[in-house]
Every structure is written in structure tokens, then in C-alpha cells.
Ligand binder design. Structure first.
Ligand code: FE
Length: 215
């Protein structure tokens, strides 16, 4: 099986959020899709390891913030590369409450849902949500996973459905690339990595220059 075929599927980049006993929490997700238009329902796929999964189970509600191409890529780092069990992710990202759920302010649109059904897979829960509120927050093109991968140079956390092991991805024959050891972001800027200022931080996960490794 050639897993690169999965790269031909189209995915977005989303923050799926809910409440954890009065505290806002959430995680990134690539797999969200509209299932029906009337009544409007969507499905999202959340890994069992994501703390958000249990919180959605407990509250029966979730919101999907749809990130745009101009959304701060640091949002992906905050929600994708650390656990909501340990960190108050919404302390690091501006949010607004819509239909009683926290959504990311710097998203291009949001959907607020009530869980109407769920399906278990070996690694992920697929939540089916009836949309109870939705709106556009700003004019922007939605960020696709392909855009995140090719323009922002980001990768998937290991528990994302879109994650491909390193050996499955055709690597570029480049002499020296610097890769973030936390999130996998590949630095390919015009300024040589060594010449970047000491206060340079990874644009995706905000970790310092010191976590980058030469590949
Ligand atoms: Fe990073």
C-alpha cells in the first residue's frame, strides 16, 4: 500500500473545542466533514488519546474553529503539540464564546454542535454533531492540510489521522535542513538558519531555536 495516496484526499485544519468543567480546552483536527445539510450535521474524528475526546463525551457539545490561510500558525502548535490535560491552551490563544462554546477568534469560521451520535474505531472516535450555530468570522480562504504542509511546512502530530510515518513521506534531497524537534516544522527560509537571531522561535509551536536539529 502506498500511503502517499492519502495525500490526495483533501483535509482542513481545525481546532475542535469544548469545556472541561468550566475550563475551555480543545485540540487540532484534520478530519471534519459535512454529512447532511438539513438538518445540518458534521462529523469530526478525534483520537482517543486527545483529552478533548473525553471532554466532548462529558459535555455532549463541541465547536469547530476553521483556520484560514492567514490564521496564526502558532495556533496549530498550541492546540496540536501539547495536551489540554497539562496546559490551559486557551490562555495562549484569543477566543470568543459562541452559542456557549469557546471558539478561536483568529479563525475564518466556526460551527457549534451537539453530539447526536458517535462511532468508535480502533484509535479515533467519530463524533456526529448537529450544528446549532455557525458563522463566518473573517474573509479568508480555509487552510487546507496541503497548504499547511507545503506552505507553512508543518507536520501532523503522531496521533492525527493524517499522520504519515517519516519513511512513508518522500523526503526532499536537501543538503541541510533544520527541523523543529517538537512539531516537525522544516525551516526553509532564505536567511541561513545559523544566521537567524537568537530569539527566533518556531512559527508553529513557538519553541526556541535550540530545539531545531540539522537534518
Ligand atoms: Fe515547532
Amino acid at each position: 500500500m502506498n500511503k502517499n495516496a492519502f495525500r490526495q484526499l483533501s483535509y482542513g485544519v481545525y481546532v475542535v473545542s469544548t469545556w472541561d468543567k468550566g475550563r475551555a480546552t480543545g485540540c487540532t483536527a484534520n478530519s471534519a466533514m459535512q454529512i447532511t445539510s438539513d438538518p445540518a450535521t458534521i462529523a469530526v474524528s478525534i483520537n482517543h488519546d486527545n483529552y478533548t475526546n473525553q471532554c466532548i463525551e462529558d459535555t455532549g457539545r463541541f465547536a469547530v474553529s476553521i483556520l484560514g490561510e492567514h490564521s496564526d500558525p502558532g495556533i496549530i502548535g498550541v492546540f496540536g503539540f501539547q495536551s489540554g490535560k497539562d496546559v490551559n491552551k486557551f490562555d495562549q490563544v484569543e477566543s470568543v464564546v459562541k452559542a456557549h462554546l469557546p471558539v478561536v477568534s483568529d479563525a475564518c469560521a466556526y460551527l457549534v454542535c451537539e453530539v447526536v451520535d458517535r462511532m468508535e474505531t480502533s484509535t479515533h472516535t467519530v463524533f456526529l454533531g448537529k450544528v446549532v450555530d455557525a458563522d463566518v468570522l473573517k474573509k479568508d480562504d480555509a487552510m487546507t492540510y496541503a497548504y499547511y504542509h507545503s506552505v507553512i511546512k508543518g507536520k501532523s502530530p503522531k496521533n492525527a489521522p493524517t499522520y504519515l510515518a517519516e519513511e512513508d513521506v518522500a523526503s526532499k534531497p536537501e543538503a541541510s535542513r533544520y527541523v523543529c524537534g517538537i512539531c516537525g516544522y522544516v525551516y526553509e527560509g532564505d536567511v541561513p538558519f545559523e544566521d537567524l537571531p537568537d530569539d527566533y522561535v518556531c512559527p508553529v509551536c513557538k519553541q526556541p531555536k535550540s530545539v531545531f536539529q540539522k537534518k
